[in-house]
Design a protein around this ligand. Structure first.
Ligand code: URA
Length: 200
């Protein structure tokens, strides 16, 4: 954070709540600003709120969120350790993909959240978050599980946890990537000890 010009996350939350910069504001129950530790080492960035998130005002509380909680445990993390935000703060109707003009309208909020939290790592979940943070057109299939750099931030793209709900073959890659994330953070041992030999 720029000490001379600190960004107050709570003031930003109020700005997001009042936002009418794109038509998604007309369909929302509420905005979903983000949740977690405002001084987190890890900022996790998803795509956009779904139905449950729109109802509760908290990111990743539906099925994808349950999967994310389990995957965070694999990385030796709890939700309280990290901050979770989305590229879009309002739910797209029917959970359709975010549109470029919606991403553009919402972009200043994620940029300011990132500056305020000033994480060491940004974990991008899925294509939309990864393309936004890395400013790339390369897809998540090629980028996931490897460490990238965006300015001063280490960026670690991972498949979106919802992807594995529809395509079970992605679950192993997701779990492997969360182990790697934990190793990068030091919350998972590099070489897990071999299981103790059993007698007999
Ligand atoms: N998917 C997302 O990308 N974000 C959420 O908050 C929930 C589901």
């Amino acid at each position: 954070m720029d000490a001379a010009n600190p960004i107050d996350l709570e003031a930003l939350r109020a700005e997001v709540q009042a936002c009418r910069a794109c038509p998604l504001c007309d369909g929302r129950i509420q905005t979903v600003f983000g949740d977690g530790n405002p001084a987190a080492r890890v900022l996790v960035v998803g795509e956009a709120p779904g139905k449950n998130e729109d109802e509760q005002g908290i990111p990743f509380v539906g099925k994808a969120g349950q999967n994310l909680n389990r995957l965070l445990e694999i990385a030796g993390l709890e939700r309280e350790d990290i901050f979770i935000a989305n590229v879009l703060k309002c739910r797209p109707p029917g959970n359709r993909d975010p549109r470029p003009e919606e991403i553009q309208a919402c972009a200043p909020f994620l940029r300011q959240q990132t500056r305020s939290i000033n994480p060491e790592f940004i974990v991008t979940l899925g294509n939309f978050a990864t393309k936004f943070i890395l400013k790339t057109e390369v897809g998540i299939t090629r980028l996931h599980g490897k460490l990238h750099q965006a300015g001063r931030f280490k960026v670690f793209p991972i498949y979106h946890p919802a992807a594995a709900i529809y395509d079970r073959s992605k679950m192993a890659a997701l779990e492997d990537d969360f182990v790697t994330l934990g190793q990068l953070l030091g919350t998972v041992p590099q070489n897990p000890p071999a299981p103790a030999a059993t007698e007999g």
